[in-house]
Unconditional design. Structure first.
Length: 84
């Protein structure tokens, strides 16, 4: 069963990573943010969840599920934005 109490901090971590990725993309693209750039930002948001989730699998397997949920969500949204 999924606990909102455990999922919320993972979502907030992903949101902070997304804000940072968006800021970097905004700087390097001279303020031009396209749909493809947002797709790459969303895919980039999934990498910390994949890495942290992989480490959590060794120590706290019950928490790994939450990182997997956010990683799959970010990758799905990113691919949708890239190819739609």
């Amino acid at each position: 069963m999924i606990s909102l109490k455990k999922l919320l901090p993972v979502l907030l971590l992903t949101l902070v990573v997304g804000i940072g990725a968006y800021a970097v993309a905004y700087q390097f693209n001279d303020g031009k943010i396209t749909q493809a750039v947002m797709g790459y930002v969303c895919i980039g948001m999934s990498f910390p969840s994949l890495i942290i989730g992989g480490v959590m699998r060794m120590f706290r397997p019950d928490l790994q599920r939450y990182f997997a949920i956010t990683a799959v969500t970010c990758i799905s949204i990113g691919l949708f934005l890239l190819f739609y």
